[in-house]
Structures are given as structure tokens and as C-alpha cells.
Design a protein around this ligand. Structure first.
Ligand SMILES: NC(=O)C1=CN([C@@H]2O[C@H](COP(=O)(O)OP(=O)(O)OC[C@H]3O[C@@H](n4cnc5c(N)ncnc54)[C@H](OP(=O)(O)O)[C@@H]3O)[C@@H](O)[C@H]2O)[C@@H](O)CC1
Ligand SMILES: Nc1ncnc2c1ncn2[C@@H]1O[C@H](COP(=O)(O)OP(=O)(O)OP(=O)(O)O)[C@@H](O)[C@H]1O
Ligand SMILES: [Mg+2]
Length: 373
């Protein structure tokens, strides 16, 4: 008992000493100097990274101005873009909606969503602007004996539309049901046969990372991984860990190893590579990391990619853009427009900014760079 009391008083004494010490100006000054030293040590590699990133930074606003089509009265519906999002299941209805509505808000004429039967009425209720096809099925709804016939039915339904699409976005809110993913793999093979560009995001990246042949060597494939998705991709393809010290070089190797697909690595700076070149988009975005910004990005990339393809065909190689790969141009423009919209939304809404607020700023963001008239 005596010993316990003694220990307690010693503890109290130590505690009192540290309190006095913590309030002493000399101690606080020492702590301040230690913190400064830590910051400057941390800062050195970081500033080197920033220099490397600045050297590959692209003038994204010029890219947007070059590829955004004029609002020409002779054009008809569909010519400014007909996009299809493949995604939306029992759990996720927001993600496909964000991607599809972003495509429209940027300037596409038509935006479709191919989703499961459960998700369709919900997505339709968010917006009458979207054309929603309740065609996909998840395992829980399908008996083993019906799987083959249902797959054929799904493919036939989507194939009816396929040739009209300028770009597919595969994955926002798709989920990971194995039967559904098998159907989507088939859809991707069909799109590839018809040379339709495919932007792959979210659960589409889960699918592709486990089945790289779906995109290997397809120059019209764009992968848009976030931090987790990128880590899985690097581990699978390069059998290594993510290297943040030489991020551009690693991204270049990754894109090359998958046969020249384009990869947009999302993060503090967005990095884009097709295996030949690496570009970075650093324009100021938002400190809010609310879910759904990647979905806006995938819909935006789809539209700009379609416009970049049209621009390159029409310009007949007279374009003054140094990069001629429409998938890279689409990524640069999509990233820049999203980041600018996120910063505009944050100015208004601060900490309460949500994805819908950013979508509302897409129009202003594009207008500031490439005015409609
Ligand atoms: N409002 C909406 O509707 C929004 C919907 N969204 C949609 O959400 C989906 C997932 O995208 P995300 O960005 O959460 O994936 P990410 O950061 O890799 O994973 C985080 C952690 O979760 C886990 N995990 C994920 N999915 C899993 C699954 N099906 N089953 C089991 N585990 C799963 C994952 O585990 P791991 O992959 O490491 O095994 C990791 O630990 C995608 O369809 C996206 O479009 C978003 O776009 C946001 C707005
Ligand atoms: N740390 C960051 N600082 C600034 N911007 C960022 C940062 N991380 C991501 N972003 C921006 O947010 C966009 C979306 O990236 P994010 O990593 O949130 O995607 P995601 O996780 O797939 O989103 P989602 O919730 O839609 O699935 C990127 O294009 C990027 O411009
Ligand atoms: Mg995502």
C-alpha cells in the first residue's frame, strides 16, 4: 500500500514537472525549432517531386480550347457526343448518375446508363435527362441454368446501341458480382471490336486488373485509377509497390507494359501517360475529398476524348497541339475541368461542398476557359 502511494506521488510529480516544462517559453521554443526542422526535412524530397511535376505540366486550358467544338447550328443531335455509362447496381446508384450527368453538363448531347434492374428506377428518378437501360443482372437474380441465355440477351440489348456511342465509361458503381462482371467483360470485347473508346473506372478497374487482356494493346482504353486502384494495378502488372519518388517514370512503364493504354493516375496532381509520354495537370482543385469526384472525372474524360478524336480527324494533322493522342488529350481536359469546377464549388460551399455542387460548376468551369460564343 505504502509502495503504491509512493509510486502515485512520483507519477504526480513527473506530471507536474512536464506541465511546468510545457508552459516554459524555452521548452516551447525548442519544440518549435524541432517542428521547423521536421518540416524542412520533409519538404526537400517533396519540392524535388514538385520540380519534376512542373517540368511535365501541360497547358490544359489550351488543350480544352483546341478540342472543344464550336456550337454550330448546322450540327444535329448526337454530334457533340453520345456517351454510355455501364454501372449502377443495388448498392451504388450515385456513381453512374454522377458520371452520366457530368457528360451532359459538359456538352454531350446524349447520355445513357446501362445498369441493373434494381438500380434503374432510382437512377431515372434522379434525372429525366438520362436514358436508362435496366439490362444488367446480378447472380442473386439468375439461376445457373439461365446464365448463358441472359448473357446473350444483355449483349443483344447493348449491341443495338453500341455503334452509336462515341465512348463507354465502364465501372462507376458497377459492383463486383461475378456474373455481372462476366457480362461486362463481353460488352468490353464487343466495344473493342467496334473501336469504341472505353474509360474504365471504379469496379471496372477491379475487373480489368484481374483480367488485363480485356484492355492490353487497346490504344482507345483509358484507365482512371484512384490511390487504391493504382496500387492494385502496380502490384499486378509491375509486381512492385507504388513509387512516389519517381511517379512519372513508374506510370510510363505501367502504361507501356499494358500495351499503350492511357492511364490517368488521380491524386494531388493528376498524371497521365500512354506509355510514350507523361503529362501532369496541377491546376488548383479543392481540399474537399467527398466521394463521387472520380465519377465526374470519368464522364468528363469520355466527352473530351470524343471531342479530341473529332478534332484530330477534322484538323487532318494541322492541329497545333503537340500531343495527337485523343485519349491523353481527353484525360488532360477532363482532369482540368473537374479540378476547376471543384475549386469554384469550394469557393461557394466550403466544407459543405458535395459532388452535386461540383457538377453544378462544370458549365462555368468550361465557360471560363472556352466561352460558348
Ligand atoms: N455515391 C456513390 O454511389 C459512389 C459510389 N462509388 C463507387 O463505389 C465503388 C467502390 O469505389 P471506391 O472508390 O470506394 O473504391 P476503393 O477506394 O478502391 O475501395 C475502398 C475500400 O472498399 C473496398 N471495396 C470497394 N468496393 C468493394 C466491393 N464491391 N466489395 C468489397 N469491397 C469493396 C476496397 O477493398 P479492396 O478493393 O481493396 O479489396 C477498399 O478497401 C465503385 O463502384 C465506385 O464507383 C464511388 O464512386 C463514390 C461515390
Ligand atoms: N489529394 C488530392 N488533392 C487535390 N485533388 C485531388 C486529390 N486527390 C484527388 N484529387 C482530385 O479529385 C479527383 C478524383 O480523385 P479521387 O482520388 O477522389 O477519385 P475516386 O476515389 O475514384 O473518387 P470517387 O469517390 O468518385 O470514386 C482527381 O481527378 C483529382 O483531380
Ligand atoms: Mg472512383
Amino acid at each position: 500500500m505504502l509502495m503504491k502511494d509512493c509510486m502515485n506521488s512520483r507519477l504526480l510529480l513527473d506530471c507536474a514537472k512536464s506541465c511546468i516544462l510545457a508552459s516554459s517559453p524555452v521548452f516551447r521554443r525548442q519544440q518549435f525549432l524541432i517542428r521547423c526542422l521536421e518540416v524542412s526535412i520533409d519538404h526537400r524530397p517533396h519540392s524535388r517531386d514538385m520540380q519534376a511535376l512542373r517540368s511535365i505540366e501541360v497547358d490544359s486550358e489550351s488543350v480544352i480550347r483546341a478540342i472543344t467544338p464550336a456550337l454550330d447550328p448546322t450540327r444535329h443531335k448526337g454530334q457533340a457526343g453520345n456517351i454510355a455509362v455501364i454501372g449502377g447496381c443495388r448498392e451504388y446508384t450515385g456513381a453512374p448518375y454522377f458520371a452520366a450527368i457530368s457528360a451532359l453538363k459538359i456538352g454531350a448531347d446524349l447520355s445513357h446508363v446501362f445498369c441493373t434492374k434494381d438500380a434503374a428506377p432510382v437512377i431515372k428518378s434522379y434525372s429525366p435527362e438520362l436514358i436508362v437501360h435496366p439490362v444488367l443482372e446480378e447472380s442473386y437474380n439468375v439461376g445457373e441454368e439461365n446464365k448463358r441465355s441472359i448473357t446473350s440477351k444483355v449483349l443483344a440489348e447493348v449491341d443495338k446501341w453500341m455503334e452509336r456511342f462515341n465512348c463507354l465509361v465502364v465501372g462507376p458503381g458497377l459492383g463486383r458480382d461475378p456474373f455481372l462482371l462476366d457480362c461486362v467483360s463481353e460488352l468490353m470485347r464487343h466495344a473493342r471490336q467496334s473501336s469504341i473508346p472505353i474509360v474504365i473506372d471504379g469496379d471496372g478497374l477491379f475487373l480489368v486488373t484481374n483480367n488485363l487482356d480485356l484492355v492490353r494493346g487497346y490504344p482507345l482504353a483509358v484507365l482512371t485509377p484512384n490511390v487504391n486502384e493504382y496500387k492494385r494495378l502496380v502490384q499486378k502488372v509491375l509486381s512492385s509497390e507504388v513509387n512516389d519518388v519517381d511517379a512519372p517514370q513508374q506510370l510510363l512503364s505501367l502504361a507501356k507494359k499494358i500495351g499503350g493504354v492511357t492511364i490517368l493516375r488521380k491524386g494531388n496532381s493528376d498524371l497521365v501517360s500512354d506509355g510514350d509520354t507523361v503529362k501532369s495537370v496541377n491546376i488548383y482543385g479543392s481540399p474537399r475529398r467527398c466521394g463521387g469526384q472520380g465519377d465526374i472525372l470519368s464522364g468528363s474524360v469520355a466527352v473530351f476524348l470524343s471531342w479530341a478524336r473529332q478534332h484530330i480527324l477534322a484538323a487532318d494533322s494541322n492541329s497545333n497541339l503537340s500531343c495527337k493522342n485523343p485519349t491523353v488529350l481527353g484525360c488532360i481536359a477532363g482532369s482540368a475541368i473537374l479540378r476547376k469546377a471543384a475549386s469554384l464549388a469550394f469557393l461557394k460551399k466550403k466544407r459543405s461542398t458535395v459532388t452535386g455542387d461540383i457538377i453544378e460548376c462544370l458549365g462555368q468551369s468550361l465557360e471560363d476557359i472556352s466561352p460558348a460564343s
